[in-house]
Each structure stands twice: as C-alpha cells, then as structure tokens.
Design a protein around this ligand. Sequence first.
Ligand SMILES: Cc1cc2nc3c(=O)[nH]c(=O)nc-3n(C[C@H](O)[C@H](O)[C@H](O)COP(=O)(O)OP(=O)(O)OC[C@H]3O[C@@H](n4cnc5c(N)ncnc54)[C@H](O)[C@@H]3O)c2cc1C
Ligand code: FES
Length: 566
Amino acid sequence: MGDRALAMGTFFFDERLIDDEQGRIDNEVNAFTPHDCADRSFVTSRLDVKCRCLMELDFMTKESQPSGPDLTSGVALTQFVDGKLLGHVGEEEVLLVQDGSEIFAIAAHCSHYHGPLNEGLMVGGTIRCPWHHACFDLRSGDAVRAPALAPLDCWQVEKRDNLVFVREKRVGLIQRGKPPTSAPEKIVIVGGGAAGFAAAEMLRRREFRGSIVMLSSDSSAPVDRPNLSKDYLAGSAPEDWVPLRPDSYYNEAGIELRLNSEVVSINARHVTTGKGDQVAFDRLLLATGAEPVRLSIPGADQPHVRTLRSLTDCRAIIDTSKTSPRALIIGASFIGLEVAAALRARDIEVHVVAPEKRPMERILGPDVGNFIRALHEEHGVIFHLEDTVTAINGQRATLKSGRTLDAGLVVAGIGVRPRLALAEKAGLVIDRGVQVNAFLETSATGIYAAGDIARWPDPHSGERIRVEHWVVAQRQGQTAAINMMGMREKFAAVPFFWSQHYDVPINYVGHAEQWDEIAIDGNIRARDCLLKYKRKGRVLAVASIFRDLASLQAEVQMEDEMIQSV
Ligand SMILES: Cc1cc2nc3c(=O)[nH]c(=O)nc-3n(C[C@H](O)[C@H](O)[C@H](O)COP(=O)(O)OP(=O)(O)OC[C@H]3O[C@@H](n4cnc5c(N)ncnc54)[C@H](O)[C@@H]3O)c2cc1C
Ligand code: FES
C-alpha cells in the first residue's frame, strides 16, 4: 500500500483506533498541529493521514463539523469550482459533482485507500481517483475500475430556486443485468492474488450464479500485496488492513477458497492439486502471478536471507528485523527500495547493493534515478551501486568490490519471474508469459489468463506486453471474469502502477520499455513533476510526482488515442 494508503485507516477510525493507536496518534499530534493541515503541501501521503487523524481527533474531541458547507441546507451552483463542491451531510463528507445539466452527490473519498475525489477527474459520467486511478460511476457509485472494488455511497439531489440540496442516501442504484443464459456452471480460478480475487469478486458482482472455486498455493486468503513492502512492513498498518476481504466474505459470497492448494496439472476439464484433489471446470482462469528470482550465490539458502512476495514472507522479514539492527537489500528497484524505506521506518540501518549506476533508471530514466537515490540517502539509506554481492557467510556479505558488510537480515529484490510451469505443462502457447488474445483467452478455448503471467495485445503501444502491476492484474481479472461468463469484452485499459517511497508517491501510466526522449515538466527535486517517455515523438508513458490530475489526463489522452487508432 502506498503511504497514502494509511488514509485507509480513517475507514476504521473508531474506538479501536483511539484505544490501540493512541500512542501513535499522540506522537503524530506532538509533531504536527491542525494548522499544518491547512497547508496543502503537508497534506500528502503519510502526512495526509496524520492530518486526517488530527482532524478526526479534533472533530471527535471538539465536536467540530467536517469540512465544507452543510449540503442539506442548500448551496448555489456558483459555489462549484471546476464542477465540484465538497461539503457534508451530517458527519459524512459528500462531493457534489456537476456533469452537464446533472448534479450528483457521492461520497467524497475513494473506497480504495480514501483518496480525495474532489481532486479527481470527471470523464464521461464517471470520476477517477487521483491516487491510483480507480473509476466510479457518478450515477450509481459503482466501482467500475480497480483498484477500488467497493461502490461509493450516493445521495439524492434536489434543485430548487437555483440552489442544490442533498437529501437522503440512495440505495439499490447499481443495475447489473443478468449473466448470459449460456453462462457456464463451474468456474475455477487458479491463484489467490490480485487477478484471481478481482475475477471472483466480479463474477459475484455480475450475479454469476454458478460455482466458483479459487485454488491458491498461498497459506493466507488474498491480501493487499502492495502493502507488504510499504506500511505493513514499516509497522504502520495494522494486521486487519492486509486481507482484501475478511475471511467471512468467501462463505457469504459463495466463493470456495481453498488455501495451500497448489494446482499441478490441467486436463481436459479438470485441474489436479498437489494433494490429489480433482476440481472440474467449464471455464478456467490462470492467475498464478510471479515469484521472486532467488539469489544463486553461496550462502543464499540461509534463513536470514529472504525474498518478499507473500504475507508469510513479509512476516518472516518483520520477525528477523526485530533482532537485526542492520539490513542488506540486494537490488535497487521498486520492491528493494520500498523495503529499504519500510525498514528505515523501523530504525534499522539499511545498505543497498545493486549493479546499476542509478536506482530505477531502466524504468524511470536517469533524473528520477538520481532523485530516488538522494531521497533514500536523505532517509539514511547507504548505497553500494555498481557492485554485487558474491557470497553471504553467516551475517557477513562479501561484495564483488571486495568490501564486506555485516547484516542480520538480507532481502533480495532482484526481480520476479512469471509462474508459467502449470501453463507450460498444459501445452498453452507461451511467449515470455502466457499468450492471450484481446479477450484474455489463452490458446486453449475456455482457459483464460490474467495478471503477471499474461502477455496480451496492448492497443496503446501496439505491442504484446506483460507487466507486473497490481491494478493491471485486477482489471484483467475483472475482464476475464466477464468473458468467462460468456460475454466478449476486450481488455483495453492503459497500464498503470504506483510506487511509494517515504512520503513520495510515483504514478506511472502507459508502457515504455524503450524511449528516445524524456520530456520533463516541473522540478523532480521539488517533487512536482511530470515526465513524458517518448519514442519518435509519440508519448508512450507518463510518470509523475504530485501531479495527480495531469497523470489522470495523460491516461485519458492515451485512451482517446487508442479509440482513434481502432
Ligand atoms: C511486496 C510487493 C509490493 C508490490 N507493490 C506494488 C505497487 O505498489 N504497485 C503495483 O502496481 N504493483 C505492485 N506489486 C506487484 C503486484 O502485486 C503484482 O503485479 C500483482 O500482485 C500480480 O497479481 P497476480 O494475480 O498476477 O499475482 P499474485 O498477486 O502474485 O497472485 C498469484 C497467486 O497465485 C498463486 N499460485 C501460483 N501458482 C499456483 C498454483 N500452481 N496453484 C495454485 N495457486 C498458485 C499464488 O499463491 C498467489 O496466490 C507489488 C508486488 C509485491 C510482491
Ligand atoms: S485511493 Fe483511490 S484508487 Fe487508491
């Protein structure tokens, strides 16, 4: 979860937060004052949460009101700014949105991590969240695009005498339509991660009435995996933020979730698990994700040398960190550096060893690479770049340069490999991933693939691509679910990912494996920038820091280009 995700805590801002988190909030209160919250530059990421905590505490203790006018008393259209007006109904923050001649009243915060929708972008009857680009239908509140999966509350609006009044909450707005009569009876999902969970959830959301069996080799129910290298690892997110849904959800939704169930083979119409169970399917989704590349150096098999993919991995790193004042991170890309930031929050001395000249240069270019390095150094991370670890003997790591570093915890973040063994064994067409068509169907009819394993024809780049992004995996799971029910929807979402380093979020839309120019607007060091990655003058991808609206606009622009090119 991005540090911004700490805002999710406000969903749970209740007695428990007051009791259990009082110490943490006290510290935050000591460091910040409500006055700080008025300053937009402070209201970002973790600070945003601190401010929210303060404001919530302030609200609870001084019986103050949430921000903006009381919308039940009526507001004038002239008060709207860029078609939006933030106010409240009782204690709930509500956003009024003007779309043409219509006015909608929706919850002011995104159902993903509580992003501020008043800073979002309205596009064709929807609003997109500025933080991680979730998209909601204004009319019904439905979460039409991941990463948000839950709808927004909506209120009745009345226009009278040039004033807009917000009335009661509206219910039953979401019309799903029925699945086609040709919908299959049995759907099996292999994988309990981003794509697998989003598929199961979408099947039930679209009222699929057949059986859903989700087989996962994980020991825990689907988790918010991005959180594992961010706030949960840093110790600032409580345990119950990590599951995507509480355990009770699966029974209630009629999703048979079988954990510790590794699928080892696929036959004509059933899969077989390592325990010998056979599960029949009419449609099958493969969403086996990726696994971390392991170190192949002497000493890599010691218990304090870890990788990070699952909740179990994360807990093991946390346990080891408790007795290790110094950690060594091998690899300076997203996971490695997010882990570095999280461990610094635990006051652990962190060294990063990586072969490249600059962190993340391959994806984001040299200027962002320099910035990221400086940012981590400001937080005390010690880099050993253009170097590699050649052996780990007990707690002593030897580098190619001849240096040695002592560390009680080693985390290797040297990349991931898609988990293709099952698809390969089943004879599916493989092309550095499982090859799928625009409908996410593999070379075998009725077998679909989504997420980190899938290589699909991306209409924006015009290339077959495979990416390792949370939001893409979820959206592919959703599209695959719709197609498994018998509909025909192309997967055409522009790729999006985010990464979080301390209080600095990086958003990225599009896909640029290679570029010949990076156009920088703004100032990277000032954390206010938009970078366009171009090839032959065409913008392939856009990275941004605190330019959320521009990032959303870039996404829409790329979507428009796709529509025009069809
Ligand atoms: C620590 C961490 C932080 C991340 N942070 C971000 C981020 O900030 N932003 C971002 O965009 N992306 C992030 N990612 C990447 C993102 O999490 C992945 O792209 C996404 O999870 C891929 O979804 P998936 O469903 O393809 O695979 P996964 O979520 O990995 O799920 C795969 C599932 O398949 C199961 N499985 C595998 N093989 C079998 C089998 N044979 N039988 C049964 N089950 C099987 C696994 O146990 C797992 O449950 C992060 C990844 C990690 C590890
Ligand atoms: S907070 Fe809205 S998409 Fe994440």
